[in-house]
Design a protein. Structure first.
Length: 268
């Protein structure tokens, strides 16, 4: 079972959690940080090599959570063009293409291996989607997508994997292919999510930024930080709020606080 609430107030830590987090303030050395940045693609490629297509569940919740995918149509059977920025192995892409026959999807990922998995999927069809490898911080999306041609961009659990200093480059890149008046749909880790509290000492890279044992990195967003990030690149905020869930693991009798940020930003 789980309960969910949405709003603008961040999760408040218990005294025990705050104490635990305060003990993990030592930062990873600059040398190791530079190495992680340099090897980011290799680490994600190895992640997909180890986990194949089995790590993430198919995200059949996307259309439920993001009614905008239906709402942004001007008439019922209008063909939408979407971009899934950071598509992984297609856990979000393929359920969406199955549920909505009037979508053409561009999809890209940092990991060449993940892109290959998408192309090998039985549901992959070049008539319905175009997938390509892309480092969103430096490869120009205009090489694969016409300017001002996309109705919706999904940015779901992607920005958190990118160094905070480079996040604005991703938003700038996406801005070029999005139609005026259309939106980026965002969902990612929020401040004090359970995953953030589980990092061991020696995992901290910077404020709200951590490295996992496999070398992949994760940032935990505050509402204010995300808002400033998008607005600085010319987007207008439509919705930006925390989603707090408490997931109950009955078998282990554990209550796990999950915190996400779910947002919508528009290109004027």
């Amino acid at each position: 079972g789980a309960f969910q609430k949405k709003g603008h107030s961040a999760r408040v830590l218990s005294p025990e959690e705050a104490e635990k987090l305060a003990k993990k303030q030592v930062l990873v050395s600059e040398f190791k940080q530079l190495k992680l940045e340099k090897e980011a693609q290799k680490n994600w490629d190895l992640f997909y090599k180890r986990n194949s297509t089995n790590f993430f569940k198919d995200r059949h919740w996307t259309t439920r959570e993001f009614q905008e995918l239906k709402a942004c149509r001007e008439f019922a059977d209008q063909r939408l063009t979407i971009l899934e920025a950071g598509c992984g192995v297609g856990n979000c892409l393929f359920p969406l293409l199955e549920e909505d026959k009037n979508i053409f999807a561009y999809a890209c990922d940092f990991s060449p291996r993940a892109v290959e998995y998408v192309k090998q999927n039985a549901l992959y069809s070049t008539e319905r989607c175009k997938v390509f490898q892309c480092d969103l911080t430096k490869d120009d999306l205009l090489d694969n997508i016409p300017a001002d041609s996309v109705d919706v961009v999904t940015l779901i659990f992607v920005l958190s994997a990118i160094h905070p200093d480079k996040m604005h480059l991703v938003l700038r890149n996406i801005y070029k292919v999005l139609k005026p008046g259309k939106c980026v749909l965002f969902r990612d880790y929020g401040l004090y999510d359970h995953a953030m509290l589980r990092f061991k000492s020696g995992s901290k890279l910077g404020e709200n930024f951590y490295v996992r044992q496999d070398g992949t990195r994760s940032y935990f967003f505050t509402e204010e930080f995300l808002s400033q990030l998008f607005k600085a690149e010319g987007y207008e905020q439509v919705v930006n709020e925390y989603v707090q869930r408490e997931t109950v693991n009955r078998k282990e009798d554990l209550r796990v606080p999950r915190v996400f940020l779910q947002s919508k930003f528009q290109k004027p």
